[in-house]
Design a protein around this ligand. Sequence first.
Ligand SMILES: *Cc1c(COP(=O)(O)O)cnc(C)c1O
Length: 229
Amino acid sequence: MSIISNLEKLKNEIPSQVKLVAVSKTRTKEEILEAYNCGYKAMGENKAQELANKYPNLPTDIDWHFVGHLQTNKIRLIAPFVKMLHSIDSIHILVEVNKEAARINKKIDCLLQFYIADEDTKFGLSLEEAHHLLSSPSYPTLHNINVCGVMGMATYTEDKNQIRKEFKMLKSFYDNLKNSFFKSDTKFKEISMGMSNDYKIAIEEGATIVRIGTEIFGERIYLSPFSKR
Ligand SMILES: *Cc1c(COP(=O)(O)O)cnc(C)c1O
C-alpha cells in the first residue's frame, strides 16, 4: 500500500467534519510531502527537537500539532510555529506555554490531556485535576493560550469494549468541562482521540480530531527499541 492509497481509504472512513492529523513522527521529508501533496496539511509530531528540525524543510502552511509529552525547556523550540499542543497536563506547563506565547506575541491552541488508559506509561490529568487546573487563580491570567478541548489515548489492546469505554470516559470529561467552564466559549470544541488501531471506535464515540500515523505511512521503524510509541 502507498501513502496515497492509504489516505484515500481513510478519507472514505473518516467523516468530513472530523479532522485527520497525520502523525509524521520518524517519517522523512519525502513521506510527509507525499501526504501534503494529497491535500493533508495537519501533521503531528511527538518530539520537540524532531519537529524543530523538520519545520524549516517543509511547506510553511503545514499545521503542526504537537502530540507528545511536553517539557518546559522545549516549548521555545516549537512555540513560534506550532498550531496546537495536544498534551497539556498541568497548570505549570500551561503557564510556561502562555509565557512563551506572550513573548512572541502569539496565541497558542491547547488541549488538556487526560489519563484514560489502563497503562501507567501514559500521561494525563484526571477530571478532578482538570477542575483544579481550570479553577486555579493563574488560569484567568493566561491570555496567550486557548484551551480548545481534550485529548486522550486509549489502552493499547485488542479489547474493543475497553477502548470504547475509555473513549466514552473522555467524551464525558469533555462534556463535564464544557458545562462547568466553557459553556459560552465556542473555541472549546475538540475531542482528540483515536489512533491507527482504534480511530473507528473514536469516531463513533465523538472524536473531532483523530491522530493517525501507521495507517498512513506504514509501520514505524525506531532506531532505539526504548522509544516505542
Ligand atoms: C504516535 C502517536 C499517534 C499515532 O499512532 P499510530 O498508531 O501510528 O496511528 C497518535 N497519537 C499520539 C499521541 C502518538 O504519540
